[in-house]
Design a protein around this ligand. Structure first.
Ligand SMILES: Cc1cc2nc3c(=O)[nH]c(=O)nc-3n(C[C@H](O)[C@H](O)[C@H](O)COP(=O)(O)OP(=O)(O)OC[C@H]3O[C@@H](n4cnc5c(N)ncnc54)[C@H](O)[C@@H]3O)c2cc1C
Length: 386
């Protein structure tokens, strides 16, 4: 179980105990490295336990498709090994005009090239998959049955417990306050519970990443800003009512699916920020009710049980910053995941662990180069909903 006792020293320290920090620690510990995670609240308490559960390979660029293909392999493997549910119930993008269809055909071609079996289907086929859909305006849909969803609670906890079994230390309710640096070399971290000696630090604080970079004295421009995104869950309905994640860009950039408890979970593209405020808003509730019922009219019969907010930690191209920051030895960042950090985490962990233990990785980590902002080399915007 995670502890509040800070070890005196750790070879590697991960700041931030969300799914990204936890899976990085899990992967490093699995490879025999000495690693500690320091989390200011409790494991998962940042964006991770507030996410919409979705895991997809349907992206519009090669790097994200390849990384997510690997991530899905790892989600499958660890869900089987550790016994948490990862359901490959698919992602269904509803398309409403020729322009959208053409854009998705291009995405599908990229996905197919890397072995992701997405295909364009008819509105009627989409309705066979989700009989409750209103397809009166839908002209086609992009369907990949190997996308899926997982509970952030079960999965993050399983990765955390197994990381500990491999020897990682997970320290909760401990905030990193400052770095101890001598001649450009990290010597330790000052925390709210004392000091830890450490040589390698990974900034996995996502929405707070710029604050930790500032603490470390990093001058490289890595723009990651916190934006408030909200979500809802409804009362439970009959199991199997909405198996895949259903997406509609036409109707509010909405995404929705059914959780294993039976409620419909999801959100829309109602974004506020940059802000650290997380209070739920009436405007979001109005939008989510309107857009959800345009996609599935029967949802108007349901009560929303709970609404909450979390952060999309956004970069200008909605792709994360992953890699080594050369200003300090040895400082790494894996942050700025926008609306897709939960799904990416297992592959991100592999990339970061590869960089630390081997100095290179087979996955296309250069795409997420933290220096691209400084060089003005933004990537195409990552496909994002919500
Ligand atoms: C409404 C909503 C829906 C979403 N839906 C999806 C989805 O369907 N699929 C998907 O893949 N992603 C989704 N996301 C995005 C996803 O939640 C995030 O990308 C992901 O959780 C990021 O994980 P993380 O570990 O990087 O960050 P976090 O979970 O935010 O973890 C960072 C941690 O760092 C800690 N921390 C910060 N500063 C310090 C410090 N100084 N010292 C110690 N600890 C510190 C914080 O307390 C926090 O726990 C959604 C997000 C929201 C808000």
């Amino acid at each position: 179980m995670p502890t509040k006792i800070l070890p005196e020293k750790s070879e590697i320290t991960v700041i931030g105990g969300g799914i990204v920090g936890v899976t990085i620690a899990h992967e490093l510990a699995r490879r025999g490295e000495e690693v500690t995670v320091i989390e200011k609240r409790f494991i998962g308490s940042g964006s991770t336990f507030r996410c919409g559960t979705g895991i997809r390979q349907q992206f519009g660029d090669e790097a994200n498709v390849r990384v997510m293909k690997r991530s899905v392999d790892l989600w499958k493997r660890y869900s089987e090994e550790y016994g948490f549910p990862f359901e490959q119930t698919g992602y269904l993008f509803l398309l409403y005009d020729d322009e959208e269809v053409e854009a998705f055909k291009r995405n599908i071609a990229i996905q197919n090239r890397f072995g992701v079996p997405t295909r364009l289907i008819t509105p009627e086929e989409a309705k066979e998959i989700v009989p409750l859909l209103d397809i009166s305006e839908v002209v086609a849909a992009s369907w990949n049955p190997t996308d899926g969803k997982a509970s952030p609670f079960h999965s993050t906890t399983a990765f955390a417990l197994h990381a500990e079994e491999f020897g990682a230390k997970l320290v909760e309710y401990t905030e990193v306050k400052d770095f101890i640096i001598e001649n450009g070399e990290i010597k330790g971290l000052k925390t709210s519970r004392g000091t830890i000696k450490t040589g390698i630090v990974i900034n996995a604080t996502n929405a707070w990443a710029k604050l930790v970079n500032a603490m470390a004295g990093i001058r490289t421009k890595i723009p990651i800003e916190p934006y408030k995104h909200q979500a809802v869950i409804t009362q439970p309905v009959k199991k199997g009512s909405v198996k895949p994640m259903v997406i509609s860009f036409r109707y509010g950039h909405a995404y929705l699916t059914q959780t294993s408890h039976g409620g419909i979970i999801g959100g829309v593209g109602h974004e506020e920020g940059p802000t650290y405020d997380l209070s739920p808003t009436y405007e979001f509730m109005r939008e989510v009710s309107y857009y959800f019922t345009k996609i599935i009219p029967a949802l108007r019969e349901l009560l929303i049980l709970r609404t909450w907010a979390g952060y999309y930690a956004k970069t200008p191209d909605s792709n994360p910053a992953i890699g080594k920051i050369e200003e300090l030895s040895d400082y790494y960042i894996a942050a700025g995941f926008s609306g897709h950090g939960f799904m990416m985490a297992p592959a991100v962990a592999e990339m970061v662990a590869d960089l630390i233990t081997k100095g290179k990785t087979d996955l296309p980590v250069d795409f997420y180069d933290p220096y691209r902002f400084e060089r003005g080399e933004l990537r195409g915007k990552a496909l994002q909903m919500g």
